[in-house]
Design a protein around this ligand. Structure first.
Ligand SMILES: Nc1ncnc2c1ncn2[C@@H]1O[C@H](COP(=O)(O)OP(=O)(O)OP(=O)(O)O)[C@@H](O)[C@H]1O
Ligand SMILES: [Mg+2]
Length: 224
């Protein structure tokens, strides 16, 4: 069974023309697949559909299905979905809303009703993985764009999802943080997690097993 799949997706924003038609994509469990393509071609939109953000939080007209371990993403209850699929958005501000980094990282585990001990362990581990331990009590608004991306990633990691979508999540990181996140992604892959990463920088495509280029509504598998 595919871990993540788009099956014949056709999509248009309300009142707009179709961004893509009959688009299909499959990710096997444990695979890291990269998606490249020019600005505005619909990469983030495809991520939103795969993550169920469309239609949960963003409107659009679509046919076809996004499947998470074979189940239509929109039929999976949210508290279950967040443990199966995590997404780090292109603009981390849209994902951070708590007064401190610690609160931000506690939000997901709290909603899963985990024990305080388990919550603390997950927060400690996630902060260490992204190298942001010293920012535990910082206000997310005061962090740089790259640091916000790291916190958004840490928040996703606290939920230990099986599938992770990174929408240009390395774009604002300096070289050191990029190397760190690439190591995190490689470790996640070793653990059998499935990863879809939207990525422009050819230097960051080395961690992908397969690369798709997305242009004019079509997905094409590109050579490594
Ligand atoms: N909420 C929205 N309502 C209407 N149109 C939108 C909305 N979000 C995006 N679009 C439009 O849909 C198209 C695809 O946008 P999308 O953000 O998916 O592209 P992208 O490939 O991720 O681009 P980038 O590389 O710049 O991030 C663009 O023309 C964009 O202006
Ligand atoms: Mg985008």
């Amino acid at each position: 069974m595919n871990a993540l799949a788009a099956h014949n997706l056709t999509f248009a924003y309300p009142g707009g023309k179709a961004l893509f038609s009959n688009l299909s994509l499959c990710l096997n469990q444990g695979e890291c697949v990269a998606l490249t393509g020019p600005s505005g071609c619909g990469k983030s939109t495809l991520c939103y559909l795969l993550a169920g953000i469309i239609p949960r939080n963003i409107d659009g007209e679509f046919t076809g299905q996004a499947l998470v371990f074979g189940r239509p993403v929109n039929e999976i209850p949210l508290n279950e979905l967040v443990q199966q699929l995590g997404i780090v958005l292109q603009i981390p501000d849209s994902q951070l809303f708590s007064p401190t980094v610690e609160d931000e990282l506690a939000f997901g585990p709290e909603n899963l009703c985990l024990s305080r001990q388990e919550m603390r362990e997950r927060i400690d581990e996630a902060l260490a993985l992204v190298g942001m331990e010293e920012y535990r009590l910082a206000h997310p608004d005061r962090l740089s764009g790259g640091q916000k991306q790291l916190i958004a990633l840490a928040a996703v990691l606290t939920l230990k999802p099986q599938i992770l979508i990174f929408d240009e999540a390395l774009s604002q990181l300096d070289d050191e943080a990029t190397a760190r996140v690439k190591t995190v992604i490689a470790d996640l892959k070793k653990q059998g997690k499935t990863i879809l990463m939207v990525e422009h920088d050819p230097d960051n495509l080395d961690i992908a097993d397969r690369i798709y280029s997305f242009e004019n509504g079509f997905l094409k598998e590109a050579g490594l």
